[in-house]
Design a protein around this ligand. Structure first.
Ligand SMILES: Nc1nc2c(ncn2[C@@H]2O[C@H](COP(=O)(O)OP(=O)(O)OP(=O)(O)O)[C@@H](O)[C@H]2O)c(=O)[nH]1
Length: 349
């Protein structure tokens, strides 16, 4: 890769990759790693659920330049709420390595608000040595086109009638908008699932909804030249006011709008049957995200399963390791209020 502009005073640049559940953040990170051309990149991966699926997916993708120690997982919680306890010590440890990384990519969980994370770069110990080079927001194009994050006007009117002080009724919309408003660059991903007309319309609508001029680029599987992503030189930690949030003025935020659990399943016979059950469960229970690994009878390889809304994808990713229990584990994320027992039953069949 051509050397990208090094931000001020030799600070190590960090790129924050945000975007709603399943938008394509891990896919983008993988693409950047595959095209790093020897650049020493460290990855911090944060997940909402307690299982580190994204870290696993990145580790199993067989990129020569990417060693295990360059992927640091912050699972079990949301990075925006664990900044002091987990994120800052992790960054400190990276900086204190004999050979610190040349660039740090931070993949937030799909439910994280990016602003508290950007603010953390203002802490004195980090500020002197690192800068937020840019915030990249990955958008699930088809999900936006389907109105996934749009308000339901009737519901809003009903709720406002009950509570006139209400700011927003829609937790999905709120997270999605916070992620967009923090962006230095928006990737309108999954362009392969949209028509040209839809792409143009979405590009315009997203650009117009942003508080400042930000480029919106259509991508497929995060395929974009890393030179465009890295080296933006935004110094976002100095520019927080330009990135409004629904949670400005609050001390923290709650994640009780969303919940997650893990379903354990034994060996399955046919991936297609499992996927059919998952689809039905996702549609019936309005599940936002399902992902994990499953063992298939007679197969030495582990099956990686991914679902966003009712769109599923499965692929064998790596052999089960010697001594590793062939137990399937699927993370389920949905808005709170779901029927866990019914979802588990529907998935197990
Ligand atoms: N059709 C299509 N699928 C895509 C594209 N990019 C990613 N995907 C698929 O979308 C699913 C989710 O992708 P991820 O990269 O895991 O998404 P993520 O944002 O990291 O997900 P979370 O970490 O759970 O929030 C996977 O099945 C990907 O293969 C794309 O451009 N087109």
């Amino acid at each position: 890769m051509t050397a990208t502009a090094r931000p001020a005073a030799g600070k190590i640049p960090a790129t924050v990759i945000t975007g709603f559940l399943g938008a394509g953040k891990t896919t983008l990170v993988r693409h950047v790693l595959q095209n790093a051309n020897g650049r020493r990149i460290a990855i911090i991966v944060n997940e909402f659920g307690s299982l580190g699926i994204d870290g696993e997916l990145l580790r199993s993708c067989g990129i020569a330049d990417c060693s295990e120690e360059d992927i640091v997982e912050l699972a079990n919680g949301c990075i925006c709420c664990t900044v002091a306890d987990e994120f800052l010590p992790t960054m400190q440890a990276l900086l204190d390595r004999p050979q610190p990384p040349e660039h740090v990519l931070i993949e937030t969980s799909g439910l994280a608000l990016p602003k508290p994370l950007i603010k953390a770069f203002d802490w004195p110990t980090i500020r002197s040595r690192m800068t937020v080079d840019g915030v990249i927001t990955v958008v699930d194009g088809p999900a936006v086109a389907a109105g996934r994050f749009a308000d339901d006007p009737e519901k809003v009117a009903r709720q406002r009638a009950e509570d006139p002080s209400l700011d927003h009724d829609n937790p999905l919309a709120e997270v999605f908008e916070d992620q967009l408003m923090a962006a230095d660059l928006v990737l309108l991903n999954k362009a392969d699932l949209l028509h040209e007309g839809e792409l143009d319309m979405l590009r315009r609508a997203i650009a117009e909804s942003l508080p400042r001029a930000v480029k919106v680029v259509a991508t497929r599987e995060g395929r974009i030249d890393p030179a465009v992503l890295l080296g933006i030189g935004a110094a976002a930690e100095d520019d927080l006011d330009a990135r409004p949030s629904h949670h400005d003025g609050e001390d923290g935020h709650e994640h009780d709008d969303f919940d997650t659990f893990v379903v354990e399943i034994g060996e399955i016979d046919q991936p297609e049957r499992l996927v059919a059950r998952l689809k039905t469960a996702a549609e019936t229970h309005d599940i936002l995200r399902i992902k994990g690994f499953v063992a298939v009878a007679g197969k030495p390889l582990r099956l990686a399963v991914q679902g966003v809304g009712n769109r599923f994808h499965h692929t064998f990713d790596r052999p089960w390791a010697p001594g590793e229990a062939r137990t399937g584990r699927l993370v389920v994320i949905a808005e709170t209020g779901f029927d866990r027992a019914a979802i588990e039953a529907a998935i197990r069949g």
